[in-house]
Design a protein around this ligand. Structure first.
Ligand SMILES: Nc1ncnc2c1ncn2[C@@H]1O[C@H](COP(=O)(O)OP(=O)(O)OP(=O)(O)O)[C@@H](O)[C@H]1O
Length: 259
C-alpha cells in the first residue's frame, strides 16, 4: 500500500450531481478507508452507479470535491484523473466484456491500452490474472458467449485487476449469479482484498455479500449517505429507509433467529 496516501483511499465532500432539473446526489460526503471492503446500498434509481461513475470522473459534478489515493479528481480528460486512473479497476454491471475478444484478450485490453509489453509478457500476465480469479489458461481461449455468468464475472474481475490497481469498483458483482456462485465470488473478493491489500468499493443489493464480506456498509438515500458503519450498526439505524431496507420482508436472513 502507498504510505503517502494516508488513511483514506477515497474522500468525497459536499458532492452534487444532477441531470437537467433532477438532482441525484445532493451534498453527499463519504470516506472509504484504505484496504476495506465498503458496500454501498440504496434504492433502485437512487444514484449508486451515478456516485461510482462520478468518483472515477465519468460523470461531471455540479459541486464538491473528490480525492482518490490523495489525488483530486476532475473530468476524465483532466490530467490528475488520468494519473490516478491507473490505480483503479472497474467491474461494470453484467461484466461488459468485448464479445469479439477472447477472455485472455479482454484481460489484456487495459494492458495494451496503457503499457507497451511483449506478446509473451502479455500472455504471462493474463494467465496469472486468470489463475488469480480461479480460472484455467484454457478458459482464457473462450469467447464471452462460451462463458457462464460466474465465469464472465471472474474474467471481468481479472480485467479489472490487470493493471494491479489499489482500488476496485464493483457494480453489483453478484447480480444474476445463483447463491452458490455468488458465495464463491464473495469469497474470491475477500481473498483478493486480503492478499493484495485491495480497497473495494462495491455497489450491491446482495444482503449476503453485505453481511459476510463488507467491513462497512454505506446507505444512500435522498442523495446522501444517511448511515455508514459495520453491518451490525446499520441494522440498528433509526433512519426510515435503512430500517425498511434491512428489516423488510426480503431481509429475514439478517434477523437474529428465535431459538
Ligand atoms: N447519463 C444520465 N443522464 C440522465 N440521467 C441519468 C444518467 N445516468 C443516470 N441517470 C439517472 O440518475 C438516477 C440514478 O441512476 P443510477 O443508475 O445511479 O441508480 P442506481 O442507484 O445505480 O440504480 P439500480 O440499483 O437500479 O442500478 C436515475 O434516475 C437515472 O435515470
Amino acid at each position: 500500500m502507498d504510505t503517502s496516501v494516508g488513511e483514506f483511499a477515497i474522500q468525497v465532500n459536499d458532492l452534487v450531481v444532477g441531470f437537467g432539473r433532477r438532482v441525484v446526489i445532493n451534498h453527499l460526503a463519504l470516506d472509504v478507508r484504505c484496504g476495506e471492503i465498503l458496500g454501498l446500498v440504496g434504492a433502485s434509481g437512487g444514484g449508486k452507479s451515478v456516485l461510482m461513475r462520478t468518483i472515477i470522473g465519468l460523470i461531471p459534478r455540479r459541486g464538491g470535491e473528490i480525492e482518490v489515493m490523495g489525488a483530486k479528481i476532475g473530468s476524465t480528460h483532466d490530467r490528475g484523473t488520468q494519473t490516478v486512473a491507473g490505480k483503479w479497476g472497474i467491474l461494470f454491471q453484467q461484466g461488459a466484456l468485448f464479445s469479439s475478444l477472447t477472455a485472455r484478450q479482454n484481460i489484456q485490453f487495459p494492458l495494451r491500452e496503457n503499457l507497451v509489453l511483449s506478446d509473451a509478457l502479455l500472455d504471462e500476465i493474463a494467465t496469472a490474472k486468470l489463475e488469480m480469479v480461479g480460472l484455467t489458461p484454457e478458459d482464457g481461449d473462450k469467447f464471452p458467449s462460451e462463458l457462464s455468468g460466474g465465469m464472465t464475472k471472474r474474467v471481468a474481475l481479472a480485467r479489472a485487476l490487470a493493471l494491479d490497481p489499489a482500488i476496485v469498483f464493483l457494480d453489483e458483482p453478484t447480480s444474476g449469479l445463483d447463491p452458490i456462485a455468488a458465495g464463491d465470488f464473495d469469497a474470491l473478493i475477500k481473498t483478493l482484498q486480503k492478499t493484495l491489500g485491495l480497497t473495494v468499493f462495491m455497489v450491491t443489493h446482495d444482503l449476503a455479500s453485505l453481511n459476510t464480506i463488507c467491513d462497512r456498509v454505506a446507505a444512500l438515500a435522498d442523495g446522501k449517505i444517511v448511515a455508514i458503519g459495520p453491518m451490525r450498526e446499520l441494522l440498528q439505524s433509526e433512519h426510515p429507509w435503512v430500517r425498511a431496507y434491512f428489516h423488510g420482508k426480503r431481509s429475514l436472513m439478517l434477523q437474529p433467529k428465535a431459538s
